[in-house]
Design a protein around this ligand. Structure first.
Ligand SMILES: C[S@@+](CC[C@H](N)C(=O)[O-])C[C@H]1O[C@@H](n2cnc3c(N)ncnc32)[C@H](O)[C@@H]1O
Length: 221
């Protein structure tokens, strides 16, 4: 997929995909959005000191980067598995300004997330292990994963990629998660909330990041 770098309202970059007429993040602020949904409402809501995360869509690596920083800050051990069907070229990821926006001294960390070998556990930092999978999420055998505490559901919107948001997928995610595990997403659509409930999750509608009224957090009680 061809992508173009754009600047969002908080100064951080996102990517625009002309083919889908879709952005990777909220144009109201990419860093703000990721921090709100995945860090504050996700990681920081997880009481465990040792967390297994599964992300749908590695993309720019922004969520992985913010999570690695949080793992070190809170000294929480995080094992981060992420799946991506269309890895971005290094000429593009090198231009992304996330480390410049947050803390220049962490540019090396951001680069390491992108250069890390795929299909392997890679110790990126003392508290952060990354495992990138290059595959199509729709045909990936999710039951190869297990004991997931936290799912970052960060696919393109359901109206752009409806196959990524099916009942079957939420049923499978429910099965590979631990009790007490949570799934967070920027999407707040009723039809998606009902799929999560049908899968067995208890779903909360929570305030969204700037520019978005609501987001969803699903818990496997
Ligand atoms: C909304 S973007 C978010 C990406 C990432 N979390 C970030 O912060 O940059 C959705 C991501 O899902 C990826 N994707 C699209 N279709 C996919 C598929 N079938 N399997 C796996 N990943 C896919 C896209 O390439 C893109 O990186």
């Amino acid at each position: 997929m061809r992508t173009e770098i754009e600047q969002t309202a908080d100064g951080s970059h996102t990517l625009f995909v002309p083919e889908l007429d879709e952005h990777y993040h909220s144009v109201n602020g990419a860093i703000q959005e990721s921090t709100h949904i995945f860090i504050n409402t996700g990681v920081n809501h997880c009481p465990k000191k040792d967390i297994r995360i599964f992300e749908v869509g590695f993309g720019t690596g922004l969520n992985a980067y913010l999570t690695a920083l949080e793992a070190e800050k809170q000294q929480k051990k995080i094992h981060y598995t992420t799946i991506e069907a269309y890895p971005l070229p290094s000429e593009l990821t090198e231009k992304l300004n996330y480390a410049r926006q947050i803390d220049k001294s962490t540019q090396g960390l951001f680069d390491k997330l992108h250069t890390a070998e795929w299909e392997k556990d890679i110790q990126i930092l003392p508290y952060f292990i990354l495992h990138k999978i290059e595959a199509d999420f729709k045909s990936f055998r999710l039951n190869e994963l297990h004991d997931i505490d936290l799912v970052y559901f960060d696919a393109f919107a359901p109206d752009k990629q409806p196959d990524m948001w099916s009942q079957e997928i939420f049923d499978l995610l429910y099965q590979i998660m631990n009790r007490g595990g949570i799934l967070v997403t920027y999407c707040a659509k009723g039809v998606i909330r009902r799929m999560m409930q049908q899968a067995g999750f208890t779903v909360e509608r929570l305030p969204g990041p700037p520019g978005k009224r609501e987001m969803l957090r699903a818990t496997k009680e």
